[in-house]
Design a protein around this ligand. Structure first.
Ligand SMILES: Cc1ncc(COP(=O)(O)O)c(C=O)c1O
Length: 375
């Protein structure tokens, strides 16, 4: 049976990986500065992660959400301790889109309204409501287009107040730093203003931290640079270092009731121990400090790059923007230099989303290869 052909694939077949390196079937080594779309947070095959999952699967891999699972509470407490997001409650699911789907649904239940405000170049996933609030008409099917969504320019506070003042908006959903869109970030005035407007008009502020969360920016969450308190915080990607897990942190003003949300696989035993291992390694190896250090180093090294328009992003959620498309350069980085990088909706941006364990020597390898290709 052929595979449904939706992915344009690079001709590389990874069969194993360790730390920031991936190996193909001929044992060719690739430097992974993309982490499979910002997923690999503590490095491939980290021994504590492998042990945690191996031990748990031998004991109990899965049971449904109809029984007690103390690992979920342990995960909630550990996220609270590391993020400093006190008092939030946790609901677990399996992916970023599912996290946003639940966030939007919850916002609608809570406010009894149904319109959503989202932003230009935002990406929130490919399922029903999540894709409807994503700014990409090519991936919105007619069945998704029934959602009531207004897309504003990132930073348009006046437009936001105009939209919210009609009192029919259940949620404002925003990536504090846009991932897929190409690493754009607005101002403190905008984020803090948007948060205040949401509170004024009884609208849930959803800070989509699916890509930017779990230490990627050097803060636990990207929104923590600003004085805001989101009502709902969707998380996924780096949370499981490759094990599928997602979730939402929910402000206690939003009340739970039996059956309001639910999932078969979400919060299963294996997913919980995977994420607990990630958090343990982030803490024990001071990875958020490493993110800040390597990010600073990256910014310095970027000054040596010819033809560069600007460096975008924060922490290890970075982009290099040029005045021309970068697809060919990325191909050369993969096939000639054996370095994985990422692309963005903006065709002129190379995205760098490595494991939070990456070192200066890896950044050096990248810049050496990039400069060679640009000259
Ligand atoms: C900010 C953001 N939200 C949501 C998603 C969707 O996550 P998933 O692919 O796990 O459904 C992504 C994926 O790239 C993302 O970057």
């Amino acid at each position: 049976m052929p595979l449904f052909n939706v992915y344009p694939l690079y001709d590389v077949t990874p069969v194993s990986a360790k730390g920031v390196y991936i190996y193909d079937e001929n044992n060719v080594e690739y430097l992974d500065l993309y982490g499979g779309h910002a997923v690999i947070s503590i490095g491939h095959g980290h021994p504590k992660y492998v042990d945690a999952i191996t031990n748990q699967v031998a004991k109990l891999g899965f049971y449904s959400n109809a029984i007690q699972n103390p690992l979920q509470k342990q995960l909630a407490d550990t996220i609270e301790a590391l993020s400093g997001c006190e008092k939030y409650e946790l609901f677990l699911c399996n992916s970023g889109a599912e996290a946003n789907e639940n966030a939007l649904k919850l916002a609608s239940f809570h406010t009894n309204k149904k319109k959503v405000v989202a932003f230009k170049n935002g990406f929130h996933g490919r399922t029903s409501a999540a894709v409807a609030v994503t700014d990409n008409s090519k991936i919105i099917a007619p069945i998704n287009a029934q959602q009531e969504v207004e897309i504003l320019e990132l930073g348009d506070l006046l437009g936001l107040e105009k939209a919210l003042s009609k009192n029919d908006v259940c949620a404002v959903i925003i990536e504090i730093i846009q991932g897929v869109g190409g690493l754009d970030e607005s101002t403190a005035e905008f984020y803090e203003g948007a948060d205040a407007l949401c509170k004024k008009y009884n609208t849930c502020f959803i800070a989509d931290e699916v890509q930017s969360g779990f230490g990627r920016t050097g803060d636990f969450f990207a929104f923590q640079k600003y004085k805001i308190s989101p009502d709902i915080i969707p998380i996924a990607k780096g949370m499981g270092n490759g094990f599928p897990i997602g979730g939402i942190l929910i402000h206690p003003s939003i009340k739970a009731s039996f059956g309001l949300l639910g999932t078969t696989f979400g919060g299963n035993h294996l997913a919980c121990v995977a994420s607990l291992a990630v958090l343990k390694v982030i803490e024990e190896e001071n990875l958020m400090e490493n993110v800040k250090e390597i990010s600073g180093y990256f910014m310095e090294k970027a000054k040596e790059v010819p033809k560069l328009k600007k460096v975008k992003g924060r922490g290890l959620m970075l982009g290099l923007e040029f005045n021309f498309p970068i697809a060919d350069i990325r191909k050369k980085l993969i096939y000639t230099h054996k370095i994985f990088t990422g692309s963005a909706k903006n065709p002129n941006v190379i995205r760098i989303l490595p494991s939070l364990t990456v070192k200066k020597e890896h950044i050096d390898l990248f810049f050496k290869a990039l400069i060679k290709e640009l000259n």
